[in-house]
Design a protein. Structure first.
Ligand SMILES: Cc1ncc(C[n+]2csc(CCOP(=O)(O)OP(=O)(O)O)c2C)c(N)n1
Ligand SMILES: [Mg+2]
Lengths: 324, 386
C-alpha cells in the first residue's frame, strides 16, 4: 500500500473519482495550470484537461454560484476556495442558496457539490489564512461539514462527500497537509460522513477533537502518567456529528475534554458539551472542559502558538478534569 | 506576454509637461522613494529566506513608480486604502521603514504591533488605511472613504478628525485612492463599489495596478476586455484612463490631471495602470505561468533606471548641467542601504509582542469582565485585561 501525505491522498481521491464519474469537475483559482495554492490538484488538469479542471478568475462568489448551478443541473462540481477566510465573499451563495435548495424546492432540486477548503492555523499564516470557521457552516442547516485529520480518512471521506447528494464543506487542515505520510489504499473506499473514530481506547476520560488538534491531543497523551487511561476520539465529521460515539464514551469514562482551534465562545465544543450534559448528565463526574482558541483574531505567527491549543494545555486540562 | 503595450501616445513636445515645472529636488526625492522601496524589498526577501519574516510576503519590486507617482499627485490628507502588496505604498506615504520592517518581523514596534505582518500596513497619522488580505475588499472601503470626503466638505463644512488638521478646520475638497490588483477586477465588491461611486459621485480613484497576473492567472484568462479595462469604467458611468507606469514622469503627468479633476469635480475615476511585477507572486512561486524573456523585457523598461538616466542626462539645472551625477546616485544608494540596514536592526532588536497582554488587546475597546476571553479561561494564558 502506498504511503501518502494528506495532500497526496486528496489528490488521489480526486483523480480516482474523476476517472469514475464524468460529471465530476474541479473549479477554482489556479487549480489547473498551477495545481492549486497548496498543490492539492497538481497534475489533474494535465490528466483530465481544462474542461474538467477549470482555472477561474479571482471570484469566490462566482465560483461558488457556478458550482451550485452545475450541481443543480446534475453535475458533481468540486469548487476549491484557496483559504477558509475567502469563504467570506462566497458566503451568500453557499449558505443562502446551496444549503437551502433541497428545502426550498421540497426535495426536487439538490446541490451535490463538495467545497474543498484549506482550514486552520499552525502554518505561520495570518488571519483569514489561519482561521477555523467550522461552526459557521455547522450552524447552517442544509450543509454537511467534514474535517479529516489523516490521509486515510481524507481519501475515504472525500469520496463519500463527492458522492453525497447534498453540499459538503470539506475542511483540510493545512498544518497536516505534508506533516506525515501513512498507508492509503489505492482502491476505492469510503468512510461514511457522520462517523467519529476512536483513536485510543480508555476508561478514565474522553478527549474529543478534530483536524490538526488531534495531533496535539496525541502528543498530550504521551506526557500523561501511564495509569491515566484516556479515550481519544477524532470527530472527523462535524455535521452531522457522531453523537453516539461521544455519548457512549463519556457514559463509560464520566469525564470529557474537548479541544478545538476555533475561538471558544460558540465553538463546536459548546454544542458537543451541551449534547453530553443532555444525554449523559448522570454519568458525568466533572464538568466538560474545553481547550480552545481565544475570542480574538488569529494573530500573526509570532503569537500563533500562544493562541493555538497545544499538548501542554491539553495535558493540563486532562489533569484538572481528572482531579475534579 | 502579459498584456499588450499601448500604442504610442503622441506627446506634444511644445507644451511643457507638469513635471518640467516641478523643482528638481522633487524629482530627486521621487527617485529616492523608488530606490528605497526597491532596497527595502530586496532586504525583505533576504530576511524571509533567513526565516526572520514569516507568513506571507508579497514584494512590490518593479511596480515602485505606481505608488510613488500616484501618492505624489495627491495631498497628505487624502485617504488611501490598499490591497496586500502594500510595503511600497506605506513607504511612499511616509511610514518609517523601521516600523514597516518591524511589522514583518512580528515585533511590537511594528505598525500593527507585530500582530498583522506583511499584509497589514496601517498608518493612520499618514491617512493610510492599509493592506487587506481579502482581495478586492478594500475597494468598498475606498467608496466609504470617498463618501466621507464629500460629506465633510458638503454637509459638515468642517474637517473630520484628520492628521495635521485642527478640529473644526474648514473642509477641503479631497479624493480617496483605492488601489487594487488586476485580480481584484473580478471580485463582486469592486463592481458594487464602482456603481456606488458612479451613482453618487464619490471622489474615489480606483487604481488598478495591472501587472498582468493574478497569482498564476494571466489577465486575459481572468477578466473580460483585458485590452481595454476602461470599458469597465464606462459601465459605471465613470471616467476611465489607461496609464503606463514604466516611466514615472509620464505616469505623473498623466495621473495628476485626473486626480485634480476628480478632486475639483468630486467625481470618481478608474485607472488601468500598466505595470509589471519582477518577482514571484509571493515568496514561494515557481512562476510556471511566464517566461524569463517576458520578465526581462519588462525589466528593460525599469522605472528606476529610467528616472536615474533622465536625471543624469536630460534634466538640466540652471547651470546647464544634469541635476544628478553618478556620484550623487552612488551616495543616494549608499544612504538608502544604511536606512534599510537600520530598519532591519530596529526590527531585529525590537521586542516581540507580549502574549500575556497583546494576545487579547485591540479586539474591542471596552471588553466586559463577563465577556470571553473570560476569567475562567483556565487553560493557557489568562486575560490580564480583565
Ligand atoms: C478573496 C480572496 N481570494 C483569493 C485570495 C488569494 N490571493 C491573494 S493575492 C491573489 C492574486 C491577486 O492578484 P492581483 O489582484 O492581480 O494582485 P497582485 O498580486 O498582482 O498584486 C490571490 C488569488 C485572497 N487573498 N482573497
Ligand atoms: Mg496582478
Amino acid at each position: 500500500m502506498p504511503l501518502m501525505t494528506l495532500v497526496q491522498a486528496i489528490n488521489s481521491a480526486l483523480a480516482q473519482e474523476m476517472e469514475r464519474d464524468e460529471r465530476v469537475v474541479i473549479l477554482g483559482e489556479d487549480v489547473g495550470l498551477n495545481g492549486g495554492v497548496f498543490r492539492v490538484t497538481d497534475g489533474l488538469q494535465a490528466k483530465f484537461g481544462p474542461d474538467r479542471v477549470i482555472d477561474t478568475p479571482l471570484a469566490e462568489s462566482g465560483i461558488m454560484g457556478t458550482a451550485i448551478g452545475l450541481a443543480m443541473a446534475g453535475m458533481r462540481p468540486i469548487p476549491e476556495i484557496q483559504f477558509e477566510g475567502f469563504l467570506g465573499p462566497a458566503y451568500d451563495q453557499l449558505c443562502n442558496h446551496a444549503a437551502r435548495y433541497r428545502s426550498r424546492t421540497r426535495g426536487a432540486v439538490t446541490v451535490p457539490m463538495t467545497v474543498r477548503v484549506p482550514w486552520g492555523g499552525g502554518i505561520h499564516a495570518p488571519e483569514l489564512h489561519s482561521d477555523s470557521p467550522e461552526t459557521i457552516y455547522v450552524h447552517q442547516p442544509g450543509l454537511k461539514v467534514v474535517c479529516p485529520s489523516t490521509p486515510y480518512d481524507a481519501k475515504g471521506l472525500l469520496l463519500s462527500a463527492i458522492r453525497d447528494p447534498d453540499p459538503v464543506v470539506f475542511f483540510e487542515p493545512k498544518r497536516v497537509y505534508r506533516s506525515f505520510k501513512e498507508e492509503v489504499p489505492e482502491e476505492d473506499y469510503t468512510i461514511p460522513i457522520g462517523q467519529a473514530k476512536v483513536l485510543t481506547e480508555g476508561t478514565d476520560l474522553t478527549l474529543v477533537s478534530w483536524g490538526s488538534m488531534v495531533f496535539q491531543c496525541l502528543e498530550a497523551l504521551d506526557t500523561l502518567p501511564d495509569d491515566m487511561s484516556v479515550e481519544l476520539i477524532d470527530m472527523r465529521s462535524l455535521y452531522p456529528f457522531d453523537t453516539d460515539a461521544i455519548v457512549q464514551s463519556v457514559e463509560k469514562t464520566g469525564r470529557c475534554v474537548i479541544v478545538h482551534e476555533a475561538p471558544k465562545t460558540c465553538g463546536l465544543g459548546a454544542e458537543l458539551a451541551t449534547v453530553l450534559q443532555e444525554r449523559c448528565f448522570l454519568h458525568l463526574k466533572a464538568p466538560v472542559q474545553r481547550v480552545a482558541g481565544f475570542d480574538v483574531m488569529m494573530p500573526y505567527y509570532k503569537l500563533e502558538l500562544d493562541y493555538l491549543p497545544n499538548a501542554q494545555k491539553v495535558a493540563q486540562a486532562v489533569g484538572q478534569c481528572l482531579a475534579y | 506576454m502579459a498584456h499588450a503595450t499601448l500604442g504610442t501616445r503622441t506627446m506634444d513636445r511644445s507644451t511643457t509637461r507638469l513635471t518640467d515645472q516641478l523643482p528638481d529636488a522633487t524629482l530627486i526625492q521621487w527617485l529616492r522613494d523608488m530606490m528605497l522601496i526597491r532596497e527595502f524589498e530586496n532586504r525583505c526577501a533576504q530576511a524571509y529566506q533567513q526565516a526572520k519574516i514569516g507568513g506571507f510576503c508579497h514584494l512590490y519590486t518593479g511596480q515602485e513608480a505606481v505608488a510613488v507617482g500616484t501618492i505624489a499627485a495627491i495631498n497628505h490628507d487624502d485617504p488611501i486604502v490598499h490591497a496586500y502588496r502594500d510595503h511600497g505604498h506605506a513607504l511612499a506615504r511616509g511610514m518609517d521603514p523601521g516600523v514597516c520592517m518591524a511589522e514583518m518581523f512580528g515585533r511590537s514596534t511594528g505598525c500593527a504591533k507585530g500582530k498583522g505582518g506583511s499584509m497589514h500596513m496601517f498608518d493612520k497619522p499618514n491617512w493610510f488605511f492599509g493592506g487587506h488580505g481579502i482581495v478586492g475588499a478594500q475597494t468598498g472601503l475606498g467608496a466609504g472613504l470617498a463618501f466621507a470626503c464629500r460629506y465633510e466638505h458638503e454637509v459638515l463644512g468642517k474637517a473630520l478628525e484628520n492628521p495635521g488638521v485642527s478640529p473644526g478646520a474648514d473642509a477641503k475638497k479631497k479624493v480617496a485612492l483605492a488601489f487594487l490588483g488586476d485580480g481584484a477586477l473580478n471580485q463582486g465588491v469592486l463592481h458594487e463599489a464602482m456603481n456606488l461611486c458612479g451613482l453618487w459621485g464619490l471622489p474615489c480613484i480606483f487604481i488598478v495596478e495591472n501587472n498582468g497576473y493574478s497569482m498564476g492567472t494571466a489577465i486575459h484568462r481572468g477578466t473580460t476586455m483585458a485590452d481595454d479595462l476602461t470599458k469597465k469604467a464606462d459601465a459605471y458611468g465613470m471616467r476611465g484612463e489607461t496609464i503606463e507606469a514604466f516611466d514615472l514622469l509620464d505616469l505623473y503627468n498623466a495621473f495628476k490631471p485626473v486626480a485634480d479633476w476628480c478632486r475639483e469635480e468630486q467625481k470618481p475615476a478608474f485607472i488601468d495602470m500598466r505595470t509589471y511585477r519582477y518577482l514571484g507572486h509571493s515568496m514561494s512561486d515557481p512562476q510556471k505561468y511566464r517566461t524569463k524573456d517576458e520578465v526581462d523585457s519588462f525589466k528593460s523598461r525599469d522605472s528606476i533606471e529610467r528616472l536615474t538616466t533622465h536625471l543624469l542626462t536630460q534634466r538640466k539645472g540652471p547651470d546647464g548641467r544634469p541635476v544628478l551625477n553618478e556620484a550623487d546616485v552612488a551616495a543616494m544608494q549608499a544612504e538608502l542601504r544604511d536606512v534599510v540596514k537600520h530598519a532591519l536592526e530596529f526590527a531585529e532588536q525590537s521586542p516581540l509582542p507580549d502574549p500575556a497582554t497583546e494576545l487579547y488587546s485591540d479586539v474591542l475597546k471596552n471588553p466586559m469582565p463577563n465577556m470571553s476571553p473570560i476569567r475562567d479561561y483556565t487553560i493557557g494564558a489568562k486575560n490580564p485585561l480583565l
